[in-house]
Design a protein around this ligand. Structure first.
Ligand SMILES: O=C(O)CCC(=O)C(=O)O
Length: 274
């Protein structure tokens, strides 16, 4: 083999390795961004074959109303039909227990491009509780609802509230169809009870919250983009004003040394050590 060809092969291989390393973990600055803002968006993280397979499963299970389903009428958020028997009451909001629906979900969360990033945020041993997000969120036109500003930890019970969500867009997520909005840095914020309503939503009708709400960022995403966000980071989303359903796959992770509290909802289901 000629010297030039050998060098070019070596170069190619080292470039490839470098690219692999880069795509399988956060850059140092990205970890810093996550620690500061409580979230970070990763564009094009999830290959579209995964997106296609998850959409197939979603279509199958939506058509059959199969498995553990949350309906819009169940959430009782603004805009949702009042009851399951009202018009649009059986509009699906979440296909829960994604892991039981198809092996594709287990394959996805064990992919180095996700798991290595979680290790950077949570430590070497990452656990996925099945009791919380572990779902495909569906947001349909017409009967969807507004999710107020909240921290996911409001009803979760772990030793600490250091948990991370991964939200994977399965199609376009825009301001029009109800993409995520987040309050940067709010995972570090001390929150007092008068800033929250009875259901622990961050109130948008009190003056002391206005400057914080003014910092809201929108996370517009495309299929295969992912957002990693701290479970204490306040986030919200409007209903879907478009004429197409929005789909996202969402999972929660913790470190091995942050177990759920005994006899809590968070300890009701098994967990996976990844
Ligand atoms: O898409 C939405 O309405 C937001 C859902 C959400 O934030 C949640 O379930 O924790």
């Amino acid at each position: 083999m000629s010297q030039v060809r050998r060098i070019s092969l070596t170069l190619k291989r080292s470039t490839m390795l470098k690219q692999e390393v880069c795509t399988d973990q956060f850059a140092v600055e990205e970890v810093e961004t996550f620690r500061r803002d409580g979230y970070i968006v990763q564009r094009g993280l999830v290959p579209l074959e995964y997106v296609d397979r998850i959409l197939q499963i979603t279509e199958r299970d939506e058509a059959a109303h199969f498995g553990d389903i949350e309906y819009e009428a169940d959430v009782q958020y603004p805009g949702a039909p009042q009851s399951l028997t009202d018009e649009g009451g059986r509009t699906i909001r979440r296909l829960r227990q994604a892991f039981s629906r198809d092996p594709v979900f287990a394959r996805l969360v064990k992919e180095p491009f996700i798991l290595n990033r979680l290790r950077q945020l949570l430590g070497e041993q990452v656990v996925m509780p099945l009791a919380h997000h572990n779902c495909v969120m569906t947001k349909h036109p017409r009967y969807s609802s507004d999710t107020g500003w909240h921290q996911d930890t409001r009803y979760w019970s772990f030793t600490t509230s250091e948990l991370v969500n991964v939200w994977v867009a399965l199609g376009d997520e825009t301001v029009t169809n109800g993409c995520l909005r987040l309050l940067p840095g709010s995972h570090q914020m001390a929150v007092e009870s008068d800033q929250l309503d009875d259901e622990l939503f961050f109130r948008d009708d009190v003056s002391r919250n206005q400057s914080i709400l003014g910092t809201a960022a929108t996370a517009e995403l495309k299929a295969g983009d992912a957002i990693f966000f701290h479970a204490r980071c306040f986030h919200s989303a409007t209903r879907n004003y478009s004429d197409q359903t929005k789909y996202s796959a969402v999972f929660t992770f913790r470190s091995l040394d942050n177990p759920p509290l005994p006899d809590s909802r968070s300890s009701e289901l098994p967990e996976l050590l990844l």
